[in-house]
Design a protein around this ligand. Structure first.
Ligand code: C5P
Length: 273
């Protein structure tokens, strides 16, 4: 095989409950994560004499896809030379998991390209060394994520329509968690399963990082208000931000005016598609 092409989808955390900071600096979470149809990067691995990475907007040295290949090379004890090309559609620092998804797609694609035959469990374990969200993207679908995000349990995906909007500026995950640590603890909640569909789902979704994100990026308030004005039943911060998801019961309006000229609509998502 010469080439493997994989879609690397974005994700949405329909619920992100965050506990106190642990001794290792991470936070225990309990999150319902769902892979999104309709917003994905495309990752292509092609056999080549030596490694190269092309990804618009991300320096090759910083690309988590390169680190994914590093851990795979360590695992199998040999070089895995290939050209990695990533067509980026998922915005950076948006909380949509783009970098993690690209890394997971690289792990799975390289396993296939070089016929390494690694088990799914082993790929997930390697993924966990790359970042808390990476194992989720190896699995995909809808999963409850616990621990720092690496312990996964399959779940039924609820139905909803969403508009993903971006305020124009990104947010750094460590910065959002650090701000979270300075704010009052979120109220406790029960661990009820998600309602299968809107509008009940709108009352169930929650993201404990929202107060931290909006204090770091105040324009998010206005963007959230725009989504509500367009008919969203609720607005949810995506992961650690900065993107927002407006959740709708009916197809959202095609003309959705945003007050801030820097803000954009990134995607419209229908689940199931
Ligand atoms: O695991 P990942 O590299 O994506 O995490 C980036 C940063 O986000 C961590 O260094 C930590 O500051 C924060 N984080 C956290 N708790 C989690 C996941 C991430 O505090 N469960």
């Amino acid at each position: 095989m010469e080439r493997v092409v994989r879609e690397a989808p974005a994700k949405l955390n329909l619920r992100l409950l965050v506990g106190p900071r642990r001794a290792d600096g991470y936070h225990d979470i309990r999150s319902l994560m769902v892979a999104l149809d309709g917003l994905a990067d495309t990752v292509t691995l092609t056999r080549a004499p030596e490694r190269s990475i092309h990804c618009s907007g991300v320096a090759s040295a910083d690309n988590l896809a390169g680190r994914a290949l590093d851990v795979l090379e360590q695992e199998v004890g040999r070089a895995l030379p290939c050209a990695i090309t990533i067509i980026k559609r998922i915005p950076l620092q948006a909380g949509l998991g783009g970098g993690s998804s690209d890394a997971a797609a690289t792990l799975v694609a390289a396993d296939e390209l070089f016929a390494l035959g690694l088990s799914h469990d082993r790929l997930e374990a390697l993924a966990a060394t790359l970042g808390s969200d990476v194992p989720f993207f190896v699995r995909g679908g809808c999963q409850w994520a616990e621990g720092r995000g690496e312990r996964l349990t399959p779940a039924e995906a609820p139905s909803f329509m969403a508009v993903i909007a971006h305020p124009g500026a990104g947010l750094s995950t460590p910065a959002v968690y650090a701000r979270f640590d300075t704010l009052p603890s979120p109220p406790p909640t029960d661990v009820t399963p998600p309602p299968p569909a809107m509008p009940e789902l709108a009352a169930w979704v929650r993201n404990d990082l929202w107060p931290a994100a909006r204090s770091l990026e105040p324009p998010l308030e206005r963007l959230a208000a725009d989504l509500v004005a367009a008919g969203a039943l609720t607005v949810l911060l995506c992961g650690s931000g900065s993107a927002l998801a407006g959740l709708f019961t009916d197809p959202p309006p095609t003309d959705l005016p945003l007050s801030d000229p820097d803000a954009t609509i990134v995607a419209r998502v229908t689940r199931p598609s």
